[in-house]
Every structure is written in C-alpha cells, then in structure tokens.
Design a protein around this ligand. Structure first.
Ligand code: HEC
Length: 147
C-alpha cells in the first residue's frame, strides 16, 4: 500500500511536469509522441482506479460484472463499447430510462455522482481498460467538458 502511494506520487509528479511543457504549445495534442500519450493514459487509469473503488464498486462490483438485471456490467459491456459518449455523460450527469446491455434490458437509474471532469475522464479510462476491456478511446477532461 505504501509502495503504491509512492508510485502514485511519482506518477502525479511526472504528469504535472508533462502538463507544464504542454501548455507552451497549443497544438502539441496532435503532435504528442505516442509514448508520452501512453504514460499519460497509464497515470489516468491509475487515478481512475481509485475513483472507481470509491464511487462505483457498490453497484458495478470490483470485478465490473455488476448484478444482472439490477446493475449493468462494465466488463465486456457492449453498451460501454458502442456508446462512449453516452457512457461519459452517464458518469458525469447520471443515467435513467431503458438501456440494453449485452442483451439484458435495464430500466433503472444511476444518480449523478458529482465527479469533476478530470475524475470522469480518469474513471472512464480505468473502466475502458480493465477486466479485459480494451476500448481505444483516451478520454481527457477537455473531451468531458465539451459534452
Ligand atoms: C447506486 C448504484 C450505481 C453506482 C454507485 C454507479 N452506477 Fe453506473 N449504473 C447504475 C445503473 C442502475 C445503471 C443503468 C441505468 C439505467 O437503467 O438507465 C448504470 C449504468 C452505467 C453505465 C452504462 C451502462 C453500462 O453498463 O455500460 C456506465 C458506463 C456506468 N454506469 C458507469 C459507472 C461508473 C464509472 C460509476 C462510478 C463513477 C458508476 N457507474 C456508479 C448504477 C450505479
């Protein structure tokens, strides 16, 4: 646990150094070397894991499988895979009404969780890249704020 928090700190430090250099060039987003994006994504996933463990496990469970007919799965969810924008909105603003996830209909509601745009981005990157998921969509706070 102690080692983990030190690792977290190092990653944070690394990310904040990176974001300083980023501000100097507005077009850097498109020119960022792949390696740099990869480590940013990795750091975001690490932070997202903490958000997930705090805010989401009660319903979607630590393994992301949810509870069929009550809480939809995030692991191997066709909804999450095919509806990234809707999923980001759901995490930011809540979701209610009928949706279909892996062939099962849910007609329930998820209350808004009060997360910042950064926390939404981090937790999305975590669920997109956990439990065998590998959804190729690097969510940034900027993308969240555009919704
Ligand atoms: C109180 C229970 C609860 C909590 C806490 C909760 N959810 Fe949900 N979530 C639901 C329910 C219920 C639905 C389906 C809503 C509907 O039927 O319209 C849902 C739907 C979703 C969906 C879209 C459907 C799918 O399975 O792909 C995503 C993505 C999602 N939640 C992510 C999260 C994330 C990320 C968190 C934590 C930040 C979270 N949820 C916290 C209950 C919850």
């Amino acid at each position: 646990m102690k080692n983990l928090s030190i690792l977290g700190l190092l990653i944070l430090l690394f990310v904040s150094c990176n974001s300083n250099t980023k501000k100097t060039n507005a077009t850097v987003q498109n020119n960022t070397p792949v390696g740099q994006n990869k480590s940013k994504l990795k750091a975001s996933i690490e932070r997202g894991k903490m958000v997930y463990n705090d805010m989401c496990t009660t319903c979607h469970l630590p393994n992301g499988k949810g509870i069929p007919r009550a809480f939809p799965p995030l692991a191997d969810s066709d909804y999450l895979r095919d509806n990234q924008t809707e999923s980001i909105k759901a995490v930011k603003f809540g979701l209610s009404g009928e949706i279909k996830v892996n062939g099962i209909t849910y007609n329930s509601m998820m209350a808004p969780l009060g997360l910042s745009n950064e926390e939404v981005a981090d937790v999305m990157n975590y669920i997109n890249n956990s439990w065998g998921n590998s959804i190729d969509n690097f969510v940034t706070p900027e993308k969240v704020s555009e919704l």
